[in-house]
Write a protein that binds this ligand. Structure first.
Ligand code: GRF
Length: 274
């Protein structure tokens, strides 16, 4: 992973072009159920130009199809059930530690039905992406589809957002609308939302890892290349004609990622810098 290639186009007048997708971001995906969103990501990652690879899959329960999909794909898996830990904080720490082992650039909560806590966010804040089956802030929580149907809305949809300490309250990265049909029940509506949701998640994660992103207040912008020395909240950036990876949300300086005053060696190494 993480090979960097600068390709020069033919012709003297043209500037060097950088193949951004040659740097592969590492994803850890968390699941609780069927794992169709995970599968969509796995399918997308099969194409090198997508720019990401799933490094591991985690779950909060055993015996789910999401884990079976991961095993079939030959991926390492880990499971932490809340009930197996003395406290919720212990569970949160264990989950964070397991994720950390795989050095993710992004953690994707893809149908993961647990809220992560302080410890987890302390390690991964700004790099945890969640998907939700409603147009947030409408219908946050566990029963988004049922609640939307019960309210009688004519249009609902899905939201991909950055996780913060609240319940479905983080900055919105992308949304897509899904019309509600008169004969919809919870199952039929959720199934249609999930078709749109999978495409939205795959598209959004791909754009994030290939183009990076910035957050100002609640406004998330994906795919903007920061100026030299600028702050990057991103999967990677292009600087001085080279592609570097800035997966730890630090500041890119001379092709290395520096965060809180220390160089992030893992990121620099994967970016081919060290
Ligand atoms: C998705 O609609 C997700 O937003 C919700 O649960 C569903 C998970 O689906 N929290 P899957 O497990 O990815 O098939």
């Amino acid at each position: 992973m993480g090979r960097i290639t600068a390709q020069r186009r033919r012709g003297p007048a043209r500037p060097a072009a950088v193949k951004v997708a040659d740097v592969t971001a590492r994803l850890v995906v968390l699941v609780s159920g069927a794992g169709t969103n995970l599968q969509a990501l796995l399918d997308a990652c099969a194409d090198d130009s997508y720019g990401a690879a799933v490094a591991a899959v985690g779950a909060d329960r055993t015996g789910i199809e999401g884990l079976a999909r991961a095993r079939r794909a030959g991926l390492p898996v880990f499971t932490h059930r809340v009930a197996d830990h003395p406290t919720r904080a212990d569970w949160d720490r264990a989950l964070a530690r397991s994720c950390e082992r795989y050095e993710p650039d992004l953690v994707i909560s893809a149908g993961f039905m647990k809220l992560v806590g302080q410890d987890f966010l302390g390690r991964f804040a700004g790099r945890v992406v969640n998907t939700h089956p409603s147009l947030l802030p409408a219908f946050a929580g566990m029963h988004a589809v049922r609640d939307a149907l019960g309210y009688g809305v004519k249009v609902t949809g899905c939201t991909v957002f950055l996780v913060d300490a609240g319940t479905d309250t983080g900055p919105v990265i992308a949304q897509a609308a899904v019309p509600v049909r008169e004969d919809d029940d919870v199952a039929s509506l959720h199934e249609r939302i999930k078709v749109t949701e999978r495409a939205l998640l795959v598209d959004t994660v791909g754009r994030m890892v290939r183009g990076g992103w910035t957050v100002r207040g609640r406004a998330v912008r994906v795919g903007r290349t920061p100026r030299a020395g600028g702050t990057v909240q991103a999967g990677r950036t292009v600087q001085a004609g080279r592609t570097v990876q800035a997966g730890r949300g630090g500041t890119v300086q001379a092709g290395r990622t520096v965060q809180a005053g220390r160089e992030d060696a893992a990121v620099a190494r994967r970016a081919g810098q060290g």
